[in-house]
Design a binder for this molecule. Sequence first.
Ligand code: NAP
Length: 319
Amino acid sequence: MSENVKVAIIGSGPAGLTAAIYTARADLNPIVIEGEPSSTTDQPGGQLMLTTEIENYPGFVEGIMGPELMSSFRSQAQRFGASYDTAKVLRVDLSERPFKLWTTNQSGEEPKYLADSVIISTGARSLLLNLERETELIGHGISTCATCDGFFFRDHEIAVVGGGDSALEEAAFLTKFAKSVTIIHRRHELRASRIMQDRAFANPKISFIWDSTVTELHGDTSLTGITITNRETDKMTELAVTGLFVAIGHSPNTDIFKGQIEMDEVGYIITHDGTATNVPGVFACGDVQDHIYRQAITAAGSGCMAAIDIEKWLKQAEN
Ligand code: NAP
């Protein structure tokens, strides 16, 4: 039988869990459908679970580890009465209230939850290069998360693809383990912030290959090398790396909401008046609706906004 809930929060990164803390403290008994571990890059807690040290989250003078921070968020929300369902939402029907949610761990055809209101905080995920055998080699030389997998590449020669802050951050982290780290960027100018660029240029273990893309992956059971093609000259070069870290940006996790919620052309949910979506009673916060700031602190801030918005909306809807 379906369970009736006042607030269903989909996703458990900084946005979802902050929304959980605030809605729990407002006695709305939120259920957080937190996701389920399905790979190193896909687990409850969101992208901070794939991070080591976070130096810029206010309040932690010496920094804090990403998983530790998320574990504290989770316990804090639980202390005020939030409950958790370790499952993924498979399908939603937002066409009428109560909203219907089907999850991976339910039995039968009935929706698992009938929710008076919904907070979408499903975040975003890493993009891949779309090369032949790329997904097959994830976990066998290819990774999207240096902090999860860097340890396995002690004394390896490693390449990182991308020119943004993520690529440089991953590269810097990987120098702790790797013999060398080569950053492959498709242009001759990095997108990353100046401070990250300065650090990367000053790191003796990091070198750059410019104007180039990875065009082929080699290796049967694990990665043994890559082919790089220069975009100006079409010259192909082989690089004997046993690790390839892809850090080329993110895509919002909005597939299950397609056709039901207003989104931009790349799938980020459009919010207005704070965190409201075009569907009354459905709110969105964090990276799923923010492709500009994408910080833990901004995600947490928008989670707080969503909780305040939903509390106000529920009060009005009840009257
Ligand atoms: P990003 O800034 O969008 O950078 C993505 C990089 O990947 C770009 O250099 C892009 O090249 C390249 N790229 C995209 N598609 C590609 C493809 N198919 N093949 C090869 N290269 C490709 O993404 P991000 O680095 O993940 O950063 C996202 C946001 O998070 C940014 O706002 C960033 O500042 C923030 N961030 C901050 C920190 C920090 O402050 N410590 C750490 C990580 C991320 P082009 O440059 O040519 O487009």
